[in-house]
Design a protein around this ligand. Structure first.
Ligand SMILES: Cc1cc2nc3c(=O)[nH]c(=O)nc-3n(C[C@H](O)[C@H](O)[C@H](O)COP(=O)(O)OP(=O)(O)OC[C@H]3O[C@@H](n4cnc5c(N)ncnc54)[C@H](O)[C@@H]3O)c2cc1C
Ligand SMILES: NC(=O)c1ccc[n+]([C@@H]2O[C@H](COP(=O)([O-])OP(=O)(O)OC[C@H]3O[C@@H](n4cnc5c(N)ncnc54)[C@H](O)[C@@H]3O)[C@@H](O)[C@H]2O)c1
Length: 445
């Protein structure tokens, strides 16, 4: 029986394992994970910390037991420390120090990512937290019970930082959000959209400190953090969250597999690495980005799931080519919903596209409908090829599904001119006859 070994059983790994177990009963599946849990939805972490949900119970959708009931052999709390790619052997060590060796016919690496560690004095102080794992969130929640924790400084105003800033505010903490960049969410939105989010955060009492470089953290005699020092200011801090991005966890691939510029494992559209019997999925690998028409690194659970499915079929001998991604993403903070896909205008210009954008703001539904809010849509396109490169939408309405049409448009290289006359239904309960999709696109010269 052919044996497929999976290292890492979070979102990518779980998708690959389930795909194999469901579709290929003739394959043996062996799994290693160094953690004690599987499939933790990090996206629920802020909801849990901010008490918008009561417990973490619903934040898992799989477990060792579920995978084993479906036929996998699962080693939990067992870290793989070496792979002999030549002899196809994987070496793990369990929590009791026992060495476990398993061979494989095909190997799927799903070792994910690690939070970036800033090399600054004070980073080892107590109450300086990373937020990636279930255990991290549990630790933060336990510490927040201590009423002495009043001032929380969040470093990094990307997706994790902004979501956690909201969560700490909901716990009635004084929250300062610091970023090296001049705004929150610089990786995802253009300036006027970022301004909407910054205004929203400010209006909810979050102290925004942008264009500041973190220099060091100071502590008291008990080694607990007390201050955050930047190149411009200093802030009282009883807890500091470091959320300045992820790096791929590709240590096991070094010295054997080809890596991308940020050390992600390079894969082709079948998730195959430079070793034909080894696949890499999710945050530890690269992904093809249809917006730039090049390989890229985009750490998202959605990509982990999709690449897991693709790798599983290919590892089992049924060819399935991935179709690439647009990096579609979304955030919802104090009722402000923002979604984006593909390139922002700023990034498109930086990459050398002949970029232009059209923008339209209008009520979601006709004026006679109550409970109705403005929606702002920006579509970014290339003036020469006319290809749609990206889109951003912001509103207090739930506009989340709207971004998917732009994701498909980028994937299928739809031009802005073709998009102008896209068939969009109208019903006053949902939208307007002069839809903002159409109105924005018609503005393209
Ligand atoms: C707070 C937070 C919120 C997020 N919100 C969203 C969101 O809303 N939407 C979204 O799309 N994405 C979100 N993400 C990103 C998303 O969680 C990641 O992209 C996703 O977890 C990647 O899945 P993965 O399986 O590739 O890697 P990981 O989740 O990093 O899992 C890797 C697994 O490999 C195991 N492992 C690593 N090394 C070894 C080893 N040597 N031996 C054995 N096991 C090993 C680890 O224990 C882990 O279980 C969020 C992330 C965080 C932290
Ligand atoms: N809603 C979602 O889809 C969601 C939610 C959370 C996380 N995620 C994903 O998880 C990954 C990690 O999220 P993240 O928030 O850590 O990364 P991110 O890339 O979203 O944000 C990192 C932020 O840190 C800032 N930064 C970098 N170095 C800094 C420094 N030295 N000092 C101060 N600020 C600095 C950057 O300017 C950026 O704003 C991302 O890929 C993200 O898309 C997605």
């Amino acid at each position: 029986m052919e044996k497929i070994l999976v290292i890492g059983a979070n979102h990518g790994g779980t998708a690959a394992i389930n795909t194999i177990l469901t579709n290929y009963p003739n394959k043996k599946v062996v799994v290693f994970d160094k953690n004690s849990n599987i499939s933790f939805l990090g996206c629920g972490m802020a909801l849990w910390i901010g008490k918008q949900i009561d417990s973490a119970e619903g934040l898992f959708y799989s477990s060792k037991e579920k995978l084993e009931n479906n036929g996998a052999k699962v080693y939990m709390e067992t870290e793989v420390f070496h792979i002999d790619y030549i002899n196809k052997l994987v070496y793990g060590r369990d929590k009791n120090g026992n060495e476990i060796i398993e061979d494989y016919d095909k190997l799927i690496l799903s070792t994910g990512s690690l939070p970036i560690e800033l090399n600054i004095p004070g980073k080892e102080l107590e109450n300086v937290q990373f937020v990636k794992l279930y255990q991290h969130a549990e630790d933060v929640i336990k510490k927040l019970e201590n009423k002495k924790i009043k001032n929380v400084v969040v470093v990094g105003a990307g997706y994790i930082g902004v979501e956690l800033a909201e969560a700490f505010k909901r716990c009635e903490k004084n929250v300062t959000l610091v970023d090296l960049a001049s705004s929150s969410l610089t990786g995802y939105y253009d300036e006027n959209f970022r301004d909407l989010m910054n205004e929203n955060l400010k209006n909810h009492g979050i102290n925004l400190r942008f264009s500041e470089k973190l220099l060091k953290l100071e502590g008291n005699e008990n080694n607990q953090v007390t201050k955050v020092i930047t190149d411009k200011n200093e802030y009282d801090a009883d807890m500091v969250i470091l959320a300045v991005g992820f790096i791929p966890n590709s240590k096991l691939a070094q010295d054997h597999l080809k890596l991308f510029k940020n050390n992600a494992i390079l894969v082709n559209s079948y998730q195959q690495t430079s070793d034909k019997d080894v696949y890499a999925i999710g945050d530890c690998g690269t992904i093809y980005d249809n917006a730039i028409e090049e390989v890229n690194y985009i750490a998202l659970a959605t990509n982990a799931v999709r690449t897991g499915i693709v790798a599983a079929h290919n590892a089992c001998g049924i060819e399935l080519e991935g179709i690439g991604v647009q990096g579609s993403n979304g955030i919802s903070i104090f009722g402000l919903n923002m979604v984006s896909t593909g390139l922002t205008y700023e990034r498109a210009l930086k990459l050398g596209f002949n970029a232009e954008y059209v923008e339209h703001t209008d009520l979601q539904k006709p004026g006679f409908i109550k409970n109705n809010n403005d929606v702002t849509l920006r579509i970014v396109y290339d003036k020469i090829s006319r290809r749609i490169l990206g889109a951003q939408i912001a509103s207090k309405e739930d506009i989340s599904m709207g971004i998917h049409v732009f994701s498909l448009a980028i994937q299928e290289k739809v031009t802005i001119d073709k998009f102008k006359l896209l068939d969009i239904f109208f019903l006053p309960h949902f939208n307007q006859p002069y839809n903002y999709f159409t109105m924005a696109a018609l503005g393209a010269k």
